[in-house]
Design a protein around this ligand. Sequence first.
Ligand SMILES: [Fe+2]
Length: 390
Amino acid sequence: MVDTVNRKDTPADARLVGAVDHDIREDAFPIKGWDHVRYYVGNARQAAHYYSTAFGMTLFAYRGPEQGFREHAEYALKSGGVTFVIAGGVTADAEATRHYAVHGDGVIEVALEVPDVDANYKHAVAQGAIAIEEPHDLTDEHGTIRRAVIGTYGETRNVLIDRSGYTGPFMPGFVKAEPMVAPPEKRFFQAIDHVVGNVELGKMREWVGYYERVMGFTNIVEFVEDAIATEYSALMSKVVANGNRKIKFPINEPAEGKKKSQIDEYLEFYGGPGVQHIALATSDILAAVDAMRERGVEFLEAPDAYYEDAEMRERIGEVRVPIEELQKRRVLVDRDEDGYMLQIFTKPQQDRPTMFYEIIERHGSLSFGKGNFKALFEALEKEQAKRGNL
Ligand SMILES: [Fe+2]
């Protein structure tokens, strides 16, 4: 039932995340795809249960004190090609315990699968990457994984992984685990589309430049400040992507508004820069949203005015379902010259108003929902006002 992490992408997977034809062998920093996202949380066992029930993910591997890893309990869950590793501290001085005290639940590592860890690491460091862990082998009876770590914004890290020499359930030390709850009949999402970072005022260009230099990414979309400013909230955002567009890192910084930007709220409560949201690609956003709502996930609610606005309707044009179906679920639509996409955002998924998720269904469009930002921000601000942080 649980497929292996070493999977081959199909053309449908590529369409799902807006990937384009491109030979990664031409890249200075070739990337095969997302490997996994690793979190530090306050209670990994309970968070893993939440991702199992509310997000329809399936626990498939575990590593903890029972396997001789005395500091952390780590739960690896998947949904199609999406793998999350939820780690919690077992001791007071574990890295996750300290990280949780500072940041609350959050992403510590965004891991990328690469063909040659040493070559990528060497290139990155020569280009000024923050060196955290040099290439090294992790080995158990199932083989060897080659791994290296470079730094990015805040305490977040990008991990480089070559798992071509490994056949175990996930990573050395992990043992196969049974699902915590019965997996859903149909998965809610199957691929990571993009991972967004929030950085401090004035730092966006610096981090865009970092990914351009270190990973050879290119800037694919740019929001100008006024395009996504509402009366009270504003942000600037740029998107960098790798050659085949599978790996997309939008980076936000706060912009001047009349009141506190949502990015400022994040930076204050997270205690610095970090991952703001992860977009999860689905082939059926209506079913995904229905299933997740039924399991208690709360989404941001776009106002009715969004669906009734004549200019908006004109811009949206024809999509695969009647607008009323989208309105009922508060799913947003955006269109560009290549097609359209449907998207919705959850509310923050931990106690602090920091990280959230996006569910996205792409139909040709490579956009990130620029046209939705105003509608979205109005909804976000309502939530921010309720918390007294506007
Ligand atoms: Fe997004």
